[in-house]
Design a protein around this ligand. Structure first.
Ligand code: UTP
Length: 293
């Protein structure tokens, strides 16, 4: 029997330099896709996967995230007085949705370091890590698919997607073998992890994206991990250390991933999400058609 995964860590203390100047005074996690901040898509995915304890790793200038998941008395009172009950429900749902705990990463010393900041709050149980700027749209929430794989294997699971062509050299890549007869070929047994391999020297086309299920052993592994690229504590390096002690699997999830921390990825996600929305979808489709591109 594996322990239930109920906690999800959201590292949100990065500087978001790819999105400057928009991220100078506001966190990139609060950039909206249509009308919802990207971090809310992640929190909704966590809830849909049956995880109800959210831990957000924040840093300086990130208070908008805390305000977003808190009550907003003035706004709620105003909406109530004006009889705007639909909007009132939307606003209340966000703060009623979940219990959120916050922990601070004083300096952006890397994703591995951000995860390590959540150690006390996670304790001795398996947990998920969700990078909110990787927005994943799937038939089944990505984290839910991964938790199923965790329950079957009892091991840490890394989300992967197939990347063909030179773009593979921008990712961490797994060196692994398909586990036959399980999860329709989506599960990979990991032998090694290679950060940003040269195109042609990449061990597979399975690129690591922003979802992980980790056993608590990762904290000990991160403790022993030396600083890596950019003088930062890298999560991939920590997982390589973990591989020496435990098995790790890759899971090629079903769904589409948008890199909303990247300008073009964000624009693409905006269009895709807008097209699916009942309130603006039709208008968006007509507008795009009218462009005759
Ligand atoms: P990114 O690699 O996207 O870095 O981090 P970033 O700083 O946020 O953005 P760019 O590349 O400068 O534009 C991946 C995730 O890890 C978090 C980020 O907030 C993001 O969710 N992170 C990264 C931390 O929480 N702390 C860190 O020290 C680094």
């Amino acid at each position: 029997m594996t322990k239930k995964v109920s906690k999800v860590v959201f590292p949100a203390a990065g500087l978001g330099t790819r999105f400057l100047p928009a991220t100078k005074a506001q966190p990139k996690e609060m950039l909206p896709l249509v009308d919802k901040p990207i971090i809310q898509y992640g929190v909704e995915e966590a809830l849909a996967a049956g995880c109800d304890q959210i831990i957000i790793v924040t840093g300086r200038g990130k208070s908008a995230i805390e305000d977003h998941f808190d009550h907003s008395y003035e706004l709620e009172k105003l909406l109530e007085e004006k009889g705007k009950t639909d909007l009132l429900t939307v606003v209340r749902q966000i703060s009623d949705m979940i219990h959120v705990a916050y922990v601070r990463q004083k300096e952006a010393l890397g994703l591995g370091h951000a995860v390590l900041m959540a150690r006390e709050l996670v304790g001795n149980e398996p947990f998920a890590v969700l990078l909110a700027d990787d927005v994943i749209d799937g038939p089944v929430p990505c984290l839910k698919q991964m938790i199923k794989a965790y329950e079957e294997t009892g091991s840490s699971i890394i989300a992967t997607q197939a990347v063909d062509g030179p773009a593979i050299s921008q990712y961490g890549v797994i060196d692994g073998k398909t586990v036959r007869g399980k999860f329709g070929g989506r599960l990979f047994s990991v032998n090694n992890l290679v950060e940003k391999p040269k195109y042609g020297e990449h061990p597979s086309n399975q690129a690591i994206v922003g979802r992980y299920i980790l056993t608590p052993e990762i904290f000990k592994a991160l403790d022993r991990t030396p600083l890596g690229a950019g003088g930062e504590l890298q999560l991939t390096d920590g997982m390589k250390m973990l591989l020496k002690k435990e098995k790790i699997f890759g899971y090629n999830f079903e769904g589409v991933r948008h890199d909303a921390g990247d300008k073009f990825g964000f624009l693409r996600a905006t269009v895709e999400f807008a097209l699916k929305r009942p309130d603006v979808g039709k208008q968006m489709r007509e507008y795009l058609k009218s462009k005759n591109l």
